[in-house]
Design a binder for this molecule. Structure first.
Ligand code: GLC
Length: 749
């Protein structure tokens, strides 16, 4: 029997049959909204209705052979979200699976990927948006192929949440109220970050950091990939980093943070402290036989922490001591699907398969393919929860990385109290954003991947993971100078901005392709730092309401169907459109602009919305448009955050009237949670050729780095002086490069 329960004004919970999850990740929240969202039973059907209008129709619930299905009528709706998926934004016509999987060859049809978020948004141009979240950690299925769509879970029952909008942003806000939102990251995590598999000696990593400073390239973080360890044993430092504290101190001297990689596999080796201490508390997941499950990863034969148990998470947290004592600032959780290259059992099975006398047939071929490509050898694992209940891996796998991220967060609490954690995770589940930023894993230095990273990252953002990004320049394969330039241009505007590449591939540090290329890349990295106030305020908004930082254009106007499958443009916040070039030898592109008027920031040219334009984009330029009547907040570029104690706040004002907010806090502690931050509201109104600027502190509890602000009237070049008032007072403006500006004190507010 199905049950329908109203959770609050905007969320309905539907359950059917017997389902179970090893962890509860949803929070029951009270949400008040002025809407009329309900589930109406019509015979067998359940109709999701708002103000009498049908938004979705559940036609059938059925359970058979350990699988449960919910079938909906799809009419003409479009579907967005689904976490991390290859392909285009609109998932209508797709058949997808949720099962955390490491498959480094990101072909267009690859599914599933590292992250599973069983959530999507249903959108039609003339209707309010709504969403569905399937609350199951099991393997789940989303068949959006035909006139009906089907959600399935590998369980004897299903529970899902129907979530009302009416806007797309509202759906995400309500969904993230239930599964969690990002916290404010440390400010440096918004900076440019340099990685490579691997900077394998302390000297090599230091050389990279010195070169950044020598060439004046802003950069905040250097990553250490697996080679910093002793024979890939987690929580150890190898001989090439024989004095890790000295190394990290040296990095800190020039303003760098060090982030180190962490894999869940613990080498099975007597005498190895991490293995021994884990064994002492029986910390490792079991195989069906009851012995520790073993599988092969970088260090050889490994055991795997059973993160489902809270004492194991505590033990794992404590292991981070040697890393935090050395002074590292962030942890990069990789291989956490978990990815296991092979196991003894499956090697035996493979041997059996190959030595069988049966002729090669389709089934055998399929099985061989599973072994080579699927890498889901971990299904033999069993887990145990805090009440000693056993769980099959299939129900835990999708939350394994989430649980590991919880353990890592705990490590930060223990070893760096009152400092913000920075965790970067490859795998994840709904709510991973509460603990970690996510990058899209092992892409390749292909133009196709440059293009596809936009819809993938937008999909993550729509699913709550607003702090996300990609391996800029591409991980596998060899980047070319042109590809790297285009990728760095686009990376400047992604929430997470890290250049990373695989072992054995061509180097892609900013100087790798000579001076001319370096000059362009430096320009964009600097631009990233200049945009800090704008980006950081978006992070604050995301922390408050889950809103993606990088977002599809339909979030700006969900009634414009032209925007539903616009995959190669994106918005940063609500005032900026980025339209990158993602093909070689191309120096212009068509750009569709949505309703309103838009200004090309490069030359001030104005464009009417709802039209397509041919826009020039030579190699050293990326087209960026800002909305007429908007304010973009900026600061001076710097080598790293916060190199300078005092910062200027620049408010670039476009149009006739606009308002914006600017957020600031100390960028490193958790004091913002106690209200120690500033939030400014800046508005500009024009009244018979006088511009009235109002600057208010909506909240002012933090001492503040922005002491002074400059407003630039970007599009009002004909303005005479003596026409600007700030908070009622006439201010003497000045011209700089032909642009009228006024400067004012923020400290007096
Ligand atoms: C995985 C990660 C990649 C890392 C490599 C070596 O492939 O996705 O980022 O460099 O492992 O640790």
């Amino acid at each position: 029997m199905k049950k329908i329960k109203k959770m609050n004004d905007v969320i309905l919970k539907i359950s059917f049959g017997n389902f179970s999850n090893p962890v509860n990740i949803v929070k029951n929240v009270a949400i008040k909204a002025n809407c009329d969202f309900e589930a109406v039973e019509e015979g067998e059907d359940v109709v999701f209705v708002s103000n009498g209008e049908e938004l979705a129709r559940l036609e059938k619930l059925s359970s058979e052979n350990g699988k449960t299905w919910a079938r909906f009528n799809s009419s003409s709706a479009h579907f967005f979200g689904f976490g991390e998926k290859m392909g285009f934004l609109d998932k209508r016509g797709r058949n997808m699976k949720m099962m955390n999987m490491d498959n480094p060859l990101h072909t267009p049809d690859l599914d599933p990927m590292y992250v599973s978020i069983p959530f999507f948004i249903v959108l039609s141009p003339k209707k309010p948006a709504m969403g569905f979240y399937v609350n199951s950690t099991s393997r789940s299925f989303f068949n959006m192929e035909g006139d009906s769509y089907t959600l399935g879970v590998e369980d004897d029952g299903i529970e899902f949440y129907a979530i009302y909008g009416p806007t797309v942003a509202d759906v995400i806000k309500h969904f993230t109220a239930v599964v969690g939102r990002i916290s404010m990251p440390p400010a440096w995590a918004l900076g440019y970050q340099q990685s490579r598999w691997s900077y394998a000696t302390a000297q090599e990593a230091l050389d990279v950091s010195h070169k950044m400073r020598q060439d004046g390239i802003p950069c905040d973080v250097i990553y250490l990939d697996i080679d910093y360890m002793k024979g890939y044993r987690v929580f150890t430092w190898g001989d090439r980093f024989n004095d890790p504290k000295k190394f990290v101190d040296e990095m800190k001297k020039s303003g760098f943070k060090v982030v180190v990689i962490m894999d869940p596999g613990v080498k099975e080796e007597d005498g190895y402290e991490v293995y021994e201490s884990g064994k002492a508390i029986n910390a490792f997941a079991k195989s069906k036989s009851g012995n520790n499950f073993t599988g092969y990863v970088w260090p050889g034969k490994c055991v795997f922490p059973d993160f489902l148990r809270s004492d194991v998470r505590n033990w794992w947290a404590l292991q981070h001591k040697s890393l935090f004592e050395a002074g590292v600032d962030g942890i990069w959780n990789d291989m956490n699907e978990p990815s296991i290259v092979w196991t003894d059992t499956n090697t035996q099975e493979l041997k059996n398969l190959l030595s069988s006398d049966e002729p090669m047939d389709f089934t055998l071929l399929e099985k061989l393919k599973e072994f080579t490509f699927q890498k889901d050898h971990a299904y033999e694992i069993t887990h145990m929860d805090d009440s000693n209940k056993k769980w099959p891996h299939l129900k835990v796998r999708n939350v394994y990385a989430l649980l590991e991220a919880m353990a890592t967060t705990k490590a930060f609490e223990i070893y760096r109290p009152n400092k913000r954690p920075f965790i970067l995770s490859r795998a994840g589940f709904a709510g991973i954003q509460k603990y970690a930023a996510v990058w899209t894993g092992d892409n390749s230095s292909w133009w196709e991947h440059l293009k596809t990273e936009m819809p993938i990252s937008m999909g993550l953002g729509l699913s709550g993971v607003s702090f996300c990004g990609t391996d800029v320049g591409g991980f596998g394969g060899n980047a070319t100078a042109e590809l790297l330039v285009r990728w760095m241009e686009i990376g400047t505007f992604f929430p997470f901005f890290r250049n990373h590449s695989a072992i054995g591939t061509r180097n892609q540090e900013p100087w790798a392709f000579g001076e001319n290329v370096e000059k362009i890349l430096k320009k964009y990295i600097k631009m990233r730092y200049e945009l800090f106030p704008y980006l950081y305020t978006l992070f604050f908004q995301s922390y408050k309401s889950g809103t993606p930082i990088m977002r599809p254009l339909f979030m700006y106007d969900q009634s414009d169907e032209n925007l539903y499958n616009l995959n190669d443009e994106f918005m940063v916040g609500n005032s900026m459109i980025v339209a990158p070039v993602t093909e070689p030898n191309v120096t212009w592109r068509p750009v569709y602009l949505p309703k309103g008027e838009w200004i090309d920031v490069r030359n001030g040219e104005k464009y009417d919305g709802k039209k397509v334009y041919k826009i020039d984009a030579p190699l050293d330029e990326i087209p960026v448009f800002v909305k007429e009547d908007s304010i973009i907040s900026k600061t001076d570029s710097m080598n790293y955050f916060f190199e300078k104690e005092k910062m200027m706040l620049y408010l670039d004002f476009y149009g006739q009237r606009a308002s914006t907010q600017v957020y600031e806090d100390d960028g490193e502690t958790l004091n913002y949670k106690k209200g120690i931050y500033n939030l400014y509201q800046v508005s500009v109104e024009s009244e018979s050729a006088i511009y009235n600027v109002s600057v208010k502190a909506l909240h002012k509890e933090y001492e503040g780095r922005y002491k002074k602000a400059v407003i630039s009237f970007m599009t009002l070049k004909e303005l005479k002086s003596s026409t600007v008032r700030i908070n009622g007072e006439m201010i003497k403006p000045y011209f700089e490069n032909g642009i009228l500006k006024v400067v004012f004190d923020l400290e007096v507010l």
